[in-house]
Design a protein around this ligand. Structure first.
Ligand code: NAD
Length: 472
């Protein structure tokens, strides 16, 4: 066990420590979960779904404790109410997602005397490693389908937001049959690395830099890894757009949760003919938003949760301003009562030489760039190492769809932005450096946790060496 600090993002104060699990503890717990897993996998999927529904109920009963812990972890209130609602809704959606599909079966085309049936075998132990921006939701998003598949799950949440772990663990204990195959072990990167060392399949959500380390460690062990990493999502505003609608969507999708969301809009491209009017309206709407300090129950934007992210944001702003960007509103990381905040910030005169247009910001900053042709807008949107998601808004749906199909990302919202955070039915993968592996959304999200095993039944004579003799 190692003692790790608990920081209050609203004050910057270190309010205590928590015990991070070391590799020995992770291994011991992993062995216990593994031992319980075969019986759990032996249940019908409907019985596992029923346990998940009991867990959803247990989370609901512990709503007050969870909300208090998450508010303390993140310094925001409304977003946390929505996060808990989304996490419980996700459990219920998976639990009610239907029955086990009929196993694939048939007769071999190459060897008609052989018929086959395919079994789906869950991985014994899934390791889930999650980030701090939506601590509960992103700890559960892969864990729930893994459990439904019959896998045991060990979750390692972020050390930046550790307080929600206790009420979460308590909710798991409320459902003993689930507690036998599911646990949450807090800790830092060392605990995360220990989880990668024991899991049979790894689901990681976090930064590209850590994702690479996790992928390397998983490759060494030859276990599959699913990576959901960073983004630099573009929004293309097509000519003749309704600017009320477009600025509403751009603002919300850029600054919600203080921009601390992977699918935040972080670059906006507006046609020359509407650029100035778009910026004026966006600035007016941005200025109408307020920080949630000193009262967590007032305003729209919480603090920057992770203090080091405040440095990244300030450095990107300084780089942009030094290279000629114009700050139209916001633009200063502010300190209030020891916490770090940034008001919605609109930048113009930005270029792709600036880090603010190339690297993930994870803050409420909206850089707006003008374009003169749709081809130029598409080229700018694609000029990125990231390929998480994007948005296209415009009056001509056919044009919007054509543009969407040319953007090299795993999901595109049309006539809105950032819809992937709410719509989990459609399968999507993360392109380029934004991730690796199959879709966590839609039916594929469950399928990831099964290995396929073919049972081949010979109904004719066994094949003999006679077929391999050189002469008849
Ligand atoms: P991070 O990479 O710093 O940490 C993520 C997790 O990895 C933490 O739990 C951390 O303790 C753990 N970790 C650190 N080193 C490790 C190691 N060597 N082995 C195993 N685990 C290790 O990311 P963060 O700062 O917590 O989260 C922000 C990032 O997450 C952003 O880049 C954001 O875009 C990304 N994110 C992506 C999605 C998505 O779905 N694509 C969703 C949310 C956040």
């Amino acid at each position: 066990m190692v003692a790790l600090p608990i920081r209050n993002p609203r004050t910057g104060a270190i309010e205590g420590t928590f015990a991070g699990a070391d590799a020995t503890l992770v291994r011991e717990r992993a062995n216990q979960l593994r031992q319980a897993q075969p019986a759990f996998a032996g249940l019908a999927m409907g019985d596992r779904a029923a346990l998940l529904l009991l867990w959803a109920e247990a989370l609901r009963k512990r709503h007050a404790a969870l909300l208090a812990a998450l508010c303390a972890d993140t310094g925001r209130h409304r977003v946390e109410e929505l996060e808990i609602q989304a996490a419980i809704g996700g459990i219920e959606r998976w639990a009610r997602s239907g029955t086990t599909p009929e196993p694939q079966s048939g007769r071999s085309r190459a060897l008609p005397s052989v018929r086959y049936v395919c079994e789906r075998v869950p991985y014994a132990l899934t390791g889930v490693i999650s980030p701090w921006n939506f601590p509960l939701l992103l700890s559960l998003i892969d864990a729930v389908p893994a459990l439904l598949a019959g896998s045991a799950v060990l979750i390692k949440p972020s050390e930046v937001t550790p307080r929600f772990v206790e009420p979460l663990r308590a909710s798991i204990r409320d459902v003993p049959a689930l507690a036998a195959v599911l646990d949450v072990m807090p800790g830092d990167g060392n605990t995360g690395a220990a989880v990668v060392d024991v899991a049979d399949i790894v689901c990681f959500t976090g930064s590209v830099a850590t994702g690479r380390k996790v992928a390397r460690a998983a490759a060494e062990r030859l276990v599959p890894v699913f990576l959901e990493l960073g983004g630099k999502d573009p929004l293309i505003v097509l000519p003749d757009s309704d600017l009320e609608r477009t600025t509403d969507a751009a603002l919300r999708a850029s600054v919600q949760a203080t921009g601390q969301a992977c699918q935040s809009i972080e670059r906006v491209y507006v046609h020359d003919s509407q650029h100035d009017a778009f910026v004026d309206l966006l600035v007016a709407k941005a200025q109408a938003l307020a920080l949630n300090t000193p009262d967590i129950r007032q305003g729209h934007l919480g603090p920057i949760i992770f203090d080091r992210q405040a440095e990244v944001i300030a450095a990107q702003l300084a780089d942009a301003i030094a290279r000629g960007a114009c700050v139209r509103t916001g633009g200063q990381v502010e300190t209030h009562e020891g916490g770090r905040w940034l008001r919605p910030t609109v930048l113009t005169d930005v270029t792709h030489q600036m880090t603010i247009m190339r690297e993930e910001t994870f803050g409420p900053i909206i850089p707006v760039m003008r374009y003169r042709s749709v081809d130029e807008a598409v080229a700018l949107a694609n000029d990125s190492e990231f390929g998480l998601s994007a948005a296209v808004i415009g009056p001509d749906l056919d044009l919007a769809l054509a543009v969407a199909s040319r953007i090299d990302v795993g999901a595109v919202s049309i006539n809105d932005a950032g819809l992937t955070s709410l719509v989990h039915d459609a399968e999507k993968q993360s392109f380029k450096h934004s991730g690796l592996g199959g879709s966590r959304m839609g039916p594929a999200g469950l399928d990831r946790f099964f290995r396929k095993k073919a049972i081949l039944i010979q109904e004719g004579p066994a094949l003999s060496m006679a077929m391999l003799a050189e002469s008849p």
